[in-house]
Write a protein that binds this ligand. Structure first.
Ligand SMILES: [Zn+2]
Length: 290
């Protein structure tokens, strides 16, 4: 499943094609993905120009010149492939992509086309009025953007104050922070030296101010996401040279999926452990994460 850094990488890859371009044709090859496509989906897009491609949580939002927005989610297995006009007229199929799973193709007046491939079809595409997005059931109640300006230790303290649930569960709660998934929560907690099992409220003092542990955690969350996006950026450059596909990249994690390996923290003699927590695997170091 693409996590936030992958979605942001996809956004950065698609933005140069989408922004400023007008839809000239849209091939819609089925009636639904996880949700039905909007009524007259293709027809409503044709002639519309994309003003901006932004991201909210794990949604890509193409703001259109008529006040609507094309909202796209990659689900579990979605990816986009860019074909840039005549030089790539012989549409290549990205490795491992079955053209039977190409469900939508956007054609633009700049000569490029963008194909959405999704074998498991958990993705979705919607057309919403821009000013109604935040009120839509998919967006309502989403918490702060972990990379947004509003994200800081005090904001997190407001969310976590007095909470008895585990710190990890609170960080995975999309109503607190939007778009943060299991992998990056494990990574951020390790980097901040905090146990996933401690109470969420334990990083906030009685007056509701963030403790130094929470300052550290807020920084760690931003750092792990930014580093992954940078790694995604380099994979993007590689992809552009090869098959134009966007969606997934390899990234080296410090604890995620590294059960039994030595803890990478300097001078720590611990071994990465795995424990089931709220139905998900938690990877952590029992020695340096307190
Ligand atoms: Zn350790």
């Amino acid at each position: 499943m693409p996590e936030l850094p992958e979605v942001e990488t996809v956004r950065r890859g698609l933005a140069p094609v989408f922004e400023g371009a007008t839809f000239t044709r849209v091939d819609q090859r089925r009636a639904d993905l996880r949700l039905p496509f909007p009524q007259d989906f293709a027809k409503r897009l044709i002639g519309r120009r994309v003003l901006k491609l932004r991201r909210r949580a794990k949604y890509l939002i193409a703001e259109l010149d008529d006040g609507e927005a094309l909202v796209m989610h990659l689900g579990m297995s979605g990816s986009f492939r860019i074909d840039k006009g005549a030089s790539l007229a012989n549409t290549h199929i990205a490795k491992g992509q079955n053209p039977a799973h190409d469900h939508v193709v956007f054609h633009f007046d700049n000569g490029a086309s963008v194909t959405y491939n999704d074998p498991r079809r958990f993705g979705c595409m919607l057309l919403l009025h821009s000013n109604e997005i935040e009120k839509h059931p998919l967006f309502e109640g989403l918490g702060i953007e972990p990379l947004g300006n509003e994200m800081n230790a005090q904001k997190l303290a407001d969310e976590l104050h007095g909470r008895k649930t585990s710190l990890k569960a609170a960080l995975l709660d999309q109503g607190n922070i939007a778009g943060l998934g299991n992998i990056y929560v494990c990574e951020a907690l390790h980097r901040a030296g905090l146990s996933p099992f401690r109470a969420a409220g334990s990083v906030v003092d009685v007056s509701g101010k963030p403790m130094p542990t929470l300052e550290r955690l807020a920084r760690a969350i931003k750092d792990v996401l930014r580093e992954a996006i940078e790694a995604g950026g380099s994979s993007l450059r590689d992809h552009r040279q090869t098959d134009g596909s966007l969606g997934y990249f390899q990234h080296n994690f410090r604890v995620y999926d590294r059960e039994g390996e030595p803890c990478p923290t300097k001078d720590c003699k611990g071994v990465v452990a795995r424990k089931m927590q709220n139905g998900r695997s938690t990877f952590y170091c029992p020695v340096c994460q307190k």
